[in-house]
Design a binder for this molecule. Structure first.
Ligand code: TEU
Ligand code: CA
Length: 564
């Protein structure tokens, strides 16, 4: 594989609204992010991914973009972003932006002009389709529930297509002039010093433009999830992205990570690797296992270590011959991993260290999500009024419509809501945990005053300092190449409470072992080893045996010439 500038790096994702507020309006912003750059650099990360910061009316927290070349004034200005890029660069950190190219806000100029009538040149940039007898063109269901079709005001039986909120009309990627505009946009940002992009919802661009509808799915109301159309037509996606790559990020050597839900395994070879459409794709296998064929939060099970392990093992093996994947434990759409994947007695700092260990040495480009490095757990929401997320609110309605009481529906959100990831990052024990001097836009984590950055800085045994050690080990000398692109060999999966794998490459070999059971365990290693890092003191290697306490993980170097 050709070695690109971003290989071997660890990335960090921030949700700018919730990272650090600089001006007391309760909303995190770019100046707050600049202020906290020393903290970000102290983690050892070298790629910084920001969720959308573009102009947006805010129907879905910035994912509904009205102007892709302007910064949301709540978040800052272009000058702030330029400064962030420059200051980050001084610290060896490259900035990547969240590019949302499969839909715009309904407030975007293009959509407003498209609404002007059939003859408007922008009309074909979106999907305007006639229904019949007061019914929409087909039975597809939006990712957030309800029909994907919204009536065009003032026009009889005319609808436009949206896969998320009705404020997010889908763009027609089959229009060549639109695709040219997207390349121009990407090049414009690259010229400003942006190092790459997270490309949103990449599988959603494919459409059967006859909109025939699909057989009703398990929700039982006659509708079918729009994602099913993606799955059916997925093979059309690579050529669309190859063209985008060719005209924009490809020749510029930019880093791209795709949010590829519903990615068919057999398309991966076209998505990653030197010739692939993207540098890498997030691994959402665990999440997809949980969601598979289930109509909503109310029917999803909680995650388990086994689901996390099996999903990652599957993707690690599948991608190894092809390129690099981007492993995650969390992001802005996920609950906190410690609460979600671990069992009750482990949803604490010890569990966070163990889980962080088995995550950090997976093959590829790992992304840490803000607060993960503090071992944050889910936030307790006392009422639906404390929730902001549009998807969570829809899921609450969905659950109550399916016979759950309000208390039960809230309990479901307390497990699954996307707002667990979005509560403001706790910085210290001052009011509002130092996130803002004003009123935070979303409630703070219940343990914000103790689990915060300042408290963990003081404590050598904190999750924060342990994450720094994890990142440092990942980048140490030849280990960097070994962990990024070396071989991945799964260990035994016989025990659902164990995640054990081997990494080998660049003349190095390590075994990563996580014991998530409630008892001390002995593991047979592939050779004589020594511990490089462990999450609990109760870990020792004698010859080829590793003894590891409960809820603990270790990274063991297998000494050269002593493996079998
Ligand atoms: O997500 C798109 C997307 O595919 C997710 O909604 C996914 O279906 C879900 O997370 C699975 O649990 C992007 C953003 O990441 C998300 O925050 C936005 O809400 C969404 O686009 C729509 O704007
Ligand atoms: Ca602010």
């Amino acid at each position: 594989m050709h070695k690109a500038w971003w290989q071997g790096k660890v990335a960090y994702q921030i949700y700018p609204r919730s990272f650090k507020d600089s001006n007391g309006d309760g909303i995190g912003d770019l100046r707050g992010t600049i202020e906290k750059l020393p903290y970000i650099a102290s983690l050892g990360v070298e790629i910084l991914y920001l969720n959308p910061i573009f102009a947006s009316p805010g129907a879905d927290n910035g994912y509904d973009i009205s102007d892709y070349r302007k910064i949301n004034p709540q978040v800052g200005t272009l000058a702030d972003l330029d400064e962030l890029i420059a200051r980050a660069k001084e610290r060896g950190i490259s900035i990547i932006l969240d590019m949302v190219l499969s839909y715009t806000s309904c407030e975007h100029e293009l959509f407003k002009r498209a609404l002007l009538g059939r003859k408007a040149p922008e009309r074909d940039f979106y999907y305007f389709v006639r229904g019949s007898n007061g019914r929409p063109p087909d039975n597809l269901r939006s990712f957030f529930g309800g029909s994907v079709w919204e009536r065009v005001p003032g026009e009889e039986d005319l609808y436009y297509l949206h896969y998320f909120t009705k404020e997010q009309p889908e763009l027609n990627w089959y229009n060549e002039r639109l695709r040219e505009r997207m390349s121009d946009l990407i090049n414009w940002w690259l010229d400003r010093g942006i190092a790459g992009f997270r490309l949103d919802a990449i599988m959603n661009v494919v459409k059967d433009r006859t909109f025939p509808g699909l057989p009703p799915d398990e929700l039982g109301d006659g509708s079918c999830a729009a994602a099913r159309m993606n799955a059916k037509l997925a093979a059309q996606a690579p050529s669309l992205y190859q063209e985008l790559k060719k005209h924009s990020y490809g020749p510029r050597g930019a880093f791209t990570v795709a949010e590829a839900f519903g990615l068919n395994d057999n398309l991966l070879d076209q998505f990653i690797g030197d010739e692939g459409c993207f540098s890498t794709v997030f691994d959402f296998t665990a999440r997809e296992t949980i969601e598979k064929n289930r109509p909503g939060y109310y029917a999803y099970p909680k995650g388990t270590l086994k689901i996390y392990r099996d999903g990652n093992f599957h993707m690690q093996q599948l991608t190894s011959p092809l390129g690099l994947v981007a492993p995650i434990l969390e992001n802005h759409d996920e609950p906190r991993a410690v609460s979600f994947y671990l069992e009750e007695g482990q949803q604490n700092a010890q569990g966070a260290r163990a889980l962080g260990t088995v995550f950090m040495f997976l093959r590829g480009i790992p992304f840490i999500y803000q607060g993960q490095e503090l071992g944050l757990t889910n936030t307790h929401f006392d009422s639906i009024e404390e929730i902001d997320d549009v998807q969570s609110k829809n899921e609450y309605r969905n659950a109550t419509a399916h016979g759950f009481t309000k208390e039960q529906a809230l309990a479901i959100l307390n497990v699954h809501s996307r707002d667990h990831a979005r509560t403001p990052l706790p910085w210290d024990d001052s009011p509002h945990a130092g996130f803002t001097t004003g009123r935070p836009w979303l409630k703070l984590h219940q343990d914000a005053l103790s689990l915060n950055v300042a408290a963990q800085e003081q404590d050598p045994g904190s999750v924060l300092n342990y994450y720094r050690a994890l990142v440092a080990l990942r980048k140490r000398g030849a280990w960097q190449e070994c962990f990024c692109s070396g071989d991945f060999i799964p260990g035994s999966t016989a025990d659902d409470h164990v995640m054990h794998y081997l990494r080998k490459g660049a003349g190095k070999c390590a075994e990563i072992v996580g014991n998530f059971s409630t008892k001390e365990r002995v593991f047979e290693l592939s050779g004589e080893g020594r511990i490089l890092l462990c999450s609990i003191p109760e870990a020792r290697v004698e010859g080829r045996r590793l003894t590891l306490g409960a809820t603990g993980a270790a990274v063991v170097e297998i000494l050269p010439g002593r493996s079998s």
